[in-house]
Design a protein around this ligand. Structure first.
Ligand code: GAR
Length: 218
């Protein structure tokens, strides 16, 4: 089987990107990362990519007078690569409807909460403020607005009485690094599909997200 082509969009540290790079390198993923695109020139993830000889692009949203023109620049960079999957890995810009429709069924995002809880920013703080006993992360197809769309897999992380925002964020991030490569693998192997109505795993409708808990899929 041909290697799947992945394009990864980032804005910052790129630790999820690193997890994907590692999964490609250790052959967990039969894929190549065709490019990494950042809207921030200083994103540390760009150094991670360059260190692996992965093509990088900076498309700075501040250089574009509108969201539509920024999105168009992104699409013009992505399309020639003909990716099988566009992966948002800590990409902190809201994408417009045109972009989302253009990559329908092949656009994945990771978000540090158990969606539909806590879309947007400061998810760890919100979980602590609400005295949640369980927090976590979700990988989902992007079908309309960011942090929305059918959830493929969630990782649950217990919230400890001693947790701070930082300690909780660290433990959630460690789980993100496990579930993102897993979701990407299911997509590129064609095992998980999204046809706008149904999420399917191995041709069976998935009525709730896969759950990653205590280091295993249950
Ligand atoms: C991750 O926690 C990711 O879930 C979050 O940004 C962080 C990026 O870390 N994404 C969002 O909040 C998207 N709404 P990374 O750059 O180290 O992968």
């Amino acid at each position: 089987m041909d290697k799947a082509s992945l394009v990864v969009l980032i804005s910052g540290s790129g630790s999820n990107l690193q997890a994907i790079i590692d999964a490609v390198k250790n052959k967990q993923l039969n894929a190549e990362i065709s490019a990494v695109i950042s809207n921030q020139a200083t994103a540390k993830g760009l150094d991670r990519a360059a260190g692996e000889n992965i093509t990088t692009h900076v498309i700075d949203h501040r250089q574009y007078p509108s969201r539509e023109l920024f999105d168009t620049a992104l699409m013009q960079t992505i399309d020639p690569l003909e990716p099988d999957l566009v992966i948002l890995a800590g990409f902190m810009r809201i994408l417009g409807d045109n972009f989302i429709a253009h990559y329908q069924h092949q656009l994945l995002n990771i978000h540090p909460s158990l969606l539909p809880k806590y879309k947007g920013l400061n998810t760890h703080r919100k979980a602590l403020e609400n005295s949640d006993k369980v927090h976590g992360a979700s990988v989902h197809y992007v079908s309309n607005e960011l942090d929305s769309g059918p959830v493929v897999i969630q990782a649950e992380v217990p919230v400890l009485a001693t947790d701070t925002e930082d300690s909780l964020a660290r433990r959630v991030l460690a789980e993100e690094h496990k579930i993102y490569p897993l979701a990407i693998k299911l997509h590129i192997e064609g095992r998980i599909t999204f046809d706008n109505e149904h999420l399917q795993l191995d041709n069976q409708v998935l009525t709730k997200p896969l759950l990653w808990k205590n280091n295993q899929l249950i």
